[in-house]
Write a protein that binds this ligand. Structure first.
Ligand code: SF4
Ligand code: SF4
Length: 176
């Protein structure tokens, strides 16, 4: 079995071992205060192959992929891509997500892309609320969004065939 650093390298071609813990990534990360392990700690844990600690942490699911860490790293490490890789590895290895609602959200977005060809916001948001048991919580805001035309009540189907061809190609690529 590969070490975590090799697995990350396989998935995104990034080398965690060149991180020297300057913490510039962490100091710029907007969600680090909420993370169990901040980006620099994730890098260090990956170097030490503390796989279960990282894959089970909320950090990889809270990451907003904003790429601030990536632009700040003096070593040119794409930390945001490493966060992607860790999510991919966690899903492949069926590790329970540290923030379960995030993979549910990703699945719903993918489902929406497959059937509608774009993200049907009202459907995704409604189902998320249904899953979390807070169905009516956002109703006043949702009503306002719909009234102002910011969210469409009905889905607008477009490019469904094209999107599905892209998804099939990605799946084929991922299974290689
Ligand atoms: S900014 Fe780069 S070198 Fe510094 S701690 Fe983060 S990943 Fe490591
Ligand atoms: S990409 Fe993720 S880890 Fe990096 S700064 Fe943004 S939220 Fe933080």
């Amino acid at each position: 079995m590969h070490t975590l650093s090799l697995q990350i390298q396989d998935v995104v071609g990034e080398n965690v071992n060149i991180c020297y813990q300057c913490e510039k990534c962490t100091s710029g990360c907007p969600v680090s205060p909420e993370m169990e392990f901040v980006p620099a700690q994730i890098m260090h844990a990956a170097q030490l192959n503390l796989k279960q600690k990282i894959l089970g942490a909320n950090s990889i699911w809270l990451c907003a992929s904003c790429e601030t860490c990536t632009t700040r790293c003096p070593q040119g490490i794409d930390i945001s891509a490493i966060m992607d890789a860790l999510r991919i590895i966690a899903r492949r290895e069926k590790v329970k997500a540290g923030v379960p609602s995030v993979p549910v959200f990703y699945n719903l977005c993918l489902l929406s892309l497959r059937f509608v060809g774009c993200i049907y916001e009202l459907g995704v948001a409604g189902y998320m609320r249904f899953r979390t048991g807070a169905l009516l919580e956002d109703m006043p805001v949702a009503k306002e969004f719909i009234k102002r035309g910011k969210i469409k009540f009905f889905p607008k189907f477009r490019n469904v065939g094209r999107i599905n061809r892209i998804i099939s190609r990605v799946k084929k690529y991922e299974s290689i």
